[in-house]
Design a protein around this ligand. Structure first.
Ligand code: ARG
Ligand code: ZN
Length: 868
């Protein structure tokens, strides 16, 4: 069944107040909903009230306290229809649900003995019959009853109002949330958890009670998340003028969760992977993620909760904007250029292949079969990039003014992307009709760049041509407004001046490309410059240009823009790798020398040097190749380049490896993490050069934190998997961390990413390991998702076994957890880009899934779209 944007109509009935009582029981939980329902003005009295349900068992039904006659309603597990209801009334619905057997992790379920909920997007209907759509805003009062011993902690949204004891060793708590909210923001948690408490004084002087709930014994591991929360609260006040609005803010970490976290009003629920952190169980990468996700969920309080989405087509309204906000937060808290490079790498790795394959969809889609399949990199990351472009278009001051207007105009409403854009048009007095196409057209735009310098006329011409390949169900594309930040880099590395520009709008260092082809002529340019374009990745596009290898290497060394340097270096590396993967030997000397210089350049931050030294991944190279990819050739090309760089710079790298401070006292801050990153990338190069596991084994035994340990383990398992050093390292790790599921995920991950087809068998074996659990999303992601997404040589093994392994796992997961199965299956999305033999095998694996009866709608939707 397809849902279409154009079919949106406001609901005939509203639910201004919602009262919920939960009598919690593992096998059977009773939910009593007391809903104040009103027919909307102008709606005919004959229009029935139709409530959504999903797998519910109806026990009783009353209107204004009177049992309803059997003829007055129709109930199924999927919906409740009430014929000719009064204009305004109280509907009391009693239903039963079974949390203990709920493996979908949607609605109310149990995770390690804790009751918790996940309602976005359409999980609330698994709890009670409701108008389960984001434009129905209601004020909730929630009463929770449970066994005191089993669930001493009882939480819901808003503020606590009452608690007390009941008969039979039970107790209760009542919560009230004064802010009207959509049902997807409802949350309940009940269990035996420890609370880490803190407080925050807001800009207006109110003291907020902060709590993070974790399993007993894990309190210390919540300290970093708590710190990140307080920094997020301060940042949102300072940068966006947003103050927290309730007296209490709680976070709960649970171990079974389908994604990162959820922004339920006043009660965020997190995958514990994104809360728990200490030096032994989290890498620097995890610390950065925790900070970003804590911030992301907190920021949703204004961008998502106070102002929410009219319907699910508008998902990017809250997600794109909130991603932009969390990226900016991390940039301010850490190192801006380094963060930007990391975010762009993520965008290219996740969003580009989505946008360039069968699952491509607009940031604001127009139709869906299963909304859960639209929590994508396109909606989130590309959605974030569009907001960034808006800021580029109008500048930071007007951007802030527009955001202020957004909060003022739409607080308490459920709105659309059109509403959002209108705020910018009104605040900055601009016309965004062409720009708005970024929301509506799928696909990665391409810009071809040609430059030429006319010494006699002292003019520099930049010819730009935009194009966009067709994407599923969108053949013809309209022209976009593409903002390209740029500099004309002179021989001294400084941006050259120009006196005027012909051919289009250029302002504040940004070229505005609006037509298919435009030639921008910069006058008064005294010397031939090198163009640095799309600085900071001002537009999420691909670029080809007539710049030659020398130009790129010049930029990689001299561009005053750090992002520009990384981009130029990355382009140089990729062009060499592409040529090598296609069997053309490419000259590499210039770039290997350059990397040595960068590594040793003390004027650059270690984190930045580490990024510059990290070669494009196999997947990056494959994406650049585009079609007929042979992953073995890609892998070989990358290894050859790595060896060439390592061999030429071995002495420099070895000195540097010694000099970069090892781990004395562990600190998770960005600067300390940067040093570890640099040292660990050098470890890989040096191990390659030395062709010995020795350095990594020493690195491992000296490691005082997981970042270093994981880096050493990766070198051992990936480069020297057949040695005793590697086997011992894995065995020791398991002995040391066997009781910690999150630390063990790293152990699964490192083995799942070992290059070569033998890893397929390793993964199969590990799926039978006692610490693996097919019902736990973190375990499945660590082992199987990682295998399929980050191990090109194994997943794409010429035998087709990698594809078969993924297909089998998808089918095993689907009956329990459709969302996880569908996510896993997206790893087939680039199947058309591999060589013909592999394509046939991938297609066969996909067809094998498609031919099964009883697939979940989530999985069927992904598989069918992937095949078309
Ligand atoms: N709103 C949550 C977040 O971005 C994610 C919810 C994901 N829901 C889903 N059905 N996939 O923070
Ligand atoms: Zn979000």
């Amino acid at each position: 069944q397809i849902v279409r944007l154009e079919d949106y109509a406001p609901s005939d009935y509203l639910i201004p107040r919602t009262g919920l009582t939960f009598r919690l029981g593992n096998e059977r939980t009773i939910v009593v909903a007391e809903l104040t329902i009103e027919r909307r003005d102008g709606v005919d009295a004959s229009v029935p009230l139709v409530l959504d349900g999903d797998g519910l068992e109806l026990i009783s039904l009353q209107i204004d306290g009177e049992e309803l006659a059997r003829s007055a309603y129709e109930a199924s597990s999927q919906r409740l229809v009430i014929h000719e209801p009064p204009t305004r009334f109280t509907l009391t619905i009693e239903t039963a649900i079974a949390p203990a057997t709920n493996e979908t992790l949607m609605g109310l379920y149990r995770s390690s003995g804790v009751y918790c909920t996940q309602c976005e997007a359409e999980g609330f209907r698994r709890i009670t019959y409701f108008l389960d759509r984001p434009d129905i805003l209601s004020v909730y009062t929630v009463r929770i009853e449970a066994l005191k011993a089993q669930a001493p902690v009882l939480l819901s949204n808003g503020d606590p109002v009452e608690r007390g004891d009941l008969d039979g060793a039970r107790h209760f708590a009542v919560w009230h949330d004064p802010f009207p909210k959509p049902s997807y923001l409802f949350a309940l948690v009940a269990g035996d958890l420890a609370r880490v408490s803190d407080s925050f004084v807001t800009m207006s002087g109110r003291t907020i009670d902060l709590g993070i709930y974790v399993e007993h014994g894990k309190e210390k591991r919540a300290a970093y998340a708590m710190d990140a929360l307080k920094r997020s609260m301060r940042w949102d006040e300072e940068v966006f003028g947003r103050e927290y609005d309730l007296g209490i803010f709680n976070i709960v970490a649970v171990s079974d969760f389908n994604f990162g976290a959820m922004e339920n009003k006043g009660l965020n629920i997190f995958n514990d992977k994104y809360i728990l952190a200490d030096r032994e169980t989290a890498t620097d990468f995890d610390f950065a993620n925790i900070e970003a996700i804590v911030a992301h969920e907190y920021f949703h309080n204004w961008t998502g909760n106070r102002i929410t989405c009219r319907d699910w087509f508008q998902l990017c309204l809250k997600e794109g904007l909130t991603v932009f906000r969390d990226h900016e937060f991390s940039a301010d808290e850490r190192e801006r250029t380094v963060r930007r490079i990391a975010d762009v790498k993520g965008l290219k790795a996740q969003q580009f292949p989505e946008d360039q394959g069968p699952l491509a969809h607009p940031v604001r889609p127009r139709r869906y079969r299963e909304i859960n399949n639209f929590y994508t990199a396109t909606v989130y990351q590309k959605g974030g990039e569009i907001v960034r472009m808006l800021r580029t278009l109008i500048g930071p001051v007007q951007f802030r003014a527009a955001m202020d207007l957004y909060f003022e105009r739409h607080d308490g409403q459920a709105v659309t992307i059109e509403d959002f854009l209108r705020v910018f048009e009104d605040a900055a007095q601009i016309d965004l009709s062409q720009f708005s196409l970024w929301y509506h057209q799928a696909g990665t735009p391409h810009v071809a760049v040609k430059t030429s310098y006319d010494a006699r006329r002292r003019s520099f011409s930049v010819e730009l041509e935009q194009s966009m390949p067709p994407t599923p169900s969108e053949q013809r594309k309209r022209l976009l407004h593409i903002p390209l930040a740029f500099g004309l880099v002179g021989a001294d590395g400084k941006d050259a001046n120009f006196t005027s520009v012909d051919g289009g709008t250029v302002s504040d260092g940004v070229i505005h490309l609006k037509r298919r082809r435009q030639v921008f002529r910069f006058n008064g340019v005294n010397q031939k410059p090198v163009l640095s374009i799309n600085r900071g990745f001002s537009a999420p596009i691909t670029i080809t240009s007539n710049a030659n290898a020398e130009d790129r290497q010049f930029l990689a060394q001299h561009d005053s823009d750090g992002f520009g340097r990384w981009q130029a270096l990355n382009d140089s590396l990729l062009s060499g790798l592409i040529a090598a993967a296609r069997g053309k030997k490419a000259p590499v000397t210039a770039v290997t020398t350059l990397l040595g210089n960068i590594a040793a350049d003390e004027s650059l931050q270690p984190a930045y040097r580490a990024l510059m030294l990290s070669l494009p991944t196999d997947a990056d190279i494959a994406r650049e190749l585009g079609d007929k990819v042979n992953p073995d050739a890609v892998f070989a090309a990358r290894e050859d380049l790595l060896a060439a760089i390592a061999n030429e710079n071995a002495a420099t790298f070895a000195t540097l490896y010694q000099a970069v401070e090892g781990g004395t006292r562990f600190r998770p801050d960005a600067a300390s993490a940067g040093k570890r990153a640099l040292r660990n990338v050098l470890l890989d190069y040096l191990s390659k050069h030395e062709n010995s596991p020795q350095r990594a084994a020493t690195h491992l035994s000296a490691a005082t934190n997981l970042t270093d340990r994981f880096a050493a383990l990766s070198v051992l398992v990936h480069r020297f998997g057949d040695t005793d050093e590697a086997r011992d390292a894995l065995a020791n790790y398991e002995r040391q961390f066997g009781n910690d599921p999150l630390a063990m995920d790293k152990w699964f991950q490192v083995q799942a990413t070992a290059p070569g087809f033998a890893t397929i068998e390793t993964v199969r074996t590990l799926m039978r390991h006692p610490h693996f659990a097919i019902t736990n999303p973190n375990r499945v992601r660590a082992l199987v998702f990682t295998f399929a997404s980050a191990n090109q040589t194994a997943f794409h093994a010429a035998s087709g076994d990698g594809y078969r392994l993924l297909a089998e796992t998808v089918l095993e997961v689907d009956p329990r957890n459709p969302q996880l199965a569908a996510k896993l299956a997206t790893n087939f999305r680039s199947w058309r880009s591999v060589d013909a033999k592999r394509q046939a095998l991938a297609r066969k694996a996909l067809m094998d899934i498609a031919s099964r009866n009883g697939l979940s709608p989530d999985l069927r939707d992904i598989v069918e779209r992937t095949l078309t």
